[in-house]
Design a protein around this ligand. Structure first.
Ligand SMILES: *Cc1c(COP(=O)(O)O)cnc(C)c1O
Length: 391
């Protein structure tokens, strides 16, 4: 096994999913977002666990993501949250992906492909833009688009919207979320007025799944919380203040090994651009992990971050020195370090991985979100799936 790997703690994934399922209203379904390779965690494995834990839908963002799940034998419903192009339509239909539709042109493309494939009553969901400003029809248009959908022989299976600021405690964001929800309910009414059953009404992302049961309607679409991270400021303490114990466990640990320990003396510089120079004798550990693995340059001080990126080795944190390279970076182990060559070094992860920080900490330090940190873990990093039996 290569040194740089992403360990996926399946027990933690299962813990989060069971917790989420217990928070979702009994009569509402769970649609787990496994898009972007399950936020970097490995789509096929995570999808299987999600289905075991009661997911009825899986959310994807690309046709190829659906194909990957089907090739792995997954037969569950797949909801595609972004749009395909005409060249992909045949494969979308063949893969039995449920698309989001919101205009005539796109609905016609889906209907045509379904007809060609001999699939009658092909299921679609209507996307409504209630204020996200991404995809969807306006609530006023929902009735007409719904008629168009059924008129084309497609099955109107559900209706959905997406919120722009549901993970914020800010009063004006809260107001905006309420406004969006009201707009969504108007869209649902307009579909009913057009004589069409709106089917599965869904709008709740992670934040609203945990925070607002009244927004669950017929289905929730949790994503980031499945992988153990809180939606922005709606953290553990926030729920504790509401009297709820929501203990999410990070699922991924990004691990590598100290592949060399080298003695450095005063004045010797480290890495490209010579941004860091030894102030005295120190041991420098070389790690075979770089920005091509998802350890982005901006995570390190030399990449523009004002704080050192820390790496945990045997329960102690050590700072990364100099610029992160494509495939390697260097860590300061201090003078006469006891760290042995080929010892494991953990960048982030759950406690049990030996990590001393989570992806949230790195995100907070570098002006991004946990999503981007886990999604950024490179393609060449093997995902190693651990359960309590294999650990
Ligand atoms: C990604 C996505 C979700 C899940 O979002 P989280 O913030 O990770 O819960 C839900 N709905 C839509 C439309 C999405 O694009």
């Amino acid at each position: 096994m290569t040194s740089t790997i992403a360990k996926i703690y399946i027990d933690n994934l299962r813990h989060n999913l069971n917790l989420i399922r217990s928070k979702i209203n009994k009569n509402a379904k769970m649609c787990v977002a496994v898009k972007a390779d399950a936020y970097g965690h490995g789509a096929v494995e995570c999808a299987k666990v999600a289905l075991e834990c009661g997911a009825e839908y899986l959310a994807i963002a690309r046709v190829c993501e659906g194909v990957e799940l089907r090739n792995a034998g997954i037969t569950a419903k797949l909801l595609m949250l972004s749009l395909a192009n005409p060249q992909e339509m045949e494969e979308l239909v063949r893969t039995e992906i449920t698309p989001l539709v919101f205009d005539s042109e796109y609905a016609e493309l889906v209907a045509e492909a379904a007809k060609k494939a001999g699939k009658a009553e092909y299921a679609v969901h209507l996307a409504v833009d209630t204020g996200m400003g991404r995809i969807g029809c306006l609530p006023e248009e929902a009735g007409a688009v719904a008629k168009k959908i059924t008129g084309l022989g497609l099955k109107f299976e559900g209706i959905c919207t997406h919120f722009a600021a549901a993970d914020s405690e800010n009063p004006s964001d809260r107001e905006y979320t309420e406004f969006q929800f009201k707009r969504f309910m108007e869209a649902v009414e307009n579909v009913k007025k057009a004589g069409i059953d709106p089917g599965i009404r869904h709008c709740a992302n992670s934040a609203l799944t945990l925070d607002k049961p009244e927004y669950h309607l017929d289905m929730c679409r949790p994503g980031i919380i499945v992988y153990g991270y809180y939606p922005d400021t709606l953290d553990r303490e926030y729920f504790a203040r509401k009297g709820e114990n929501i203990e999410l466990k990070p699922v991924m640990a990004l691990c590598t090994k100290v592949v060399a320990v080298r003695k450095f003396t005063e004045g010797r510089s480290i890495s490209y651009g010579r941004t860091w120079t030894c102030g005295g004798e120190t041991d420098i550990g070389v790690l075979p992990i770089g920005y091509a693995d998802g350890l982005f340059r901006r995570f390190a001080r030399a990449g523009g971050n004002s704080e050192d990126l820390k790496v945990a080795i045997n329960g102690t944190e050590y700072p990364v020195r100099g610029r992160i390279c494509m495939d390697q970076c260097m860590v300061d182990l201090g003078k006469d370090s006891a760290v042995e060559r080929f010892t494991e070094a953990v960048i982030f992860g759950p406690e049990e991985s030996g990590a001393l920080q989570t992806a949230q900490k790195i995100a907070d330090q570098t002006g991004t979100i946990s999503y981007e940190v886990t999604c950024g873990v490179g393609k060449r990093v093997p995902r190693v799936f651990l359960t309590s039996l294999t650990r």
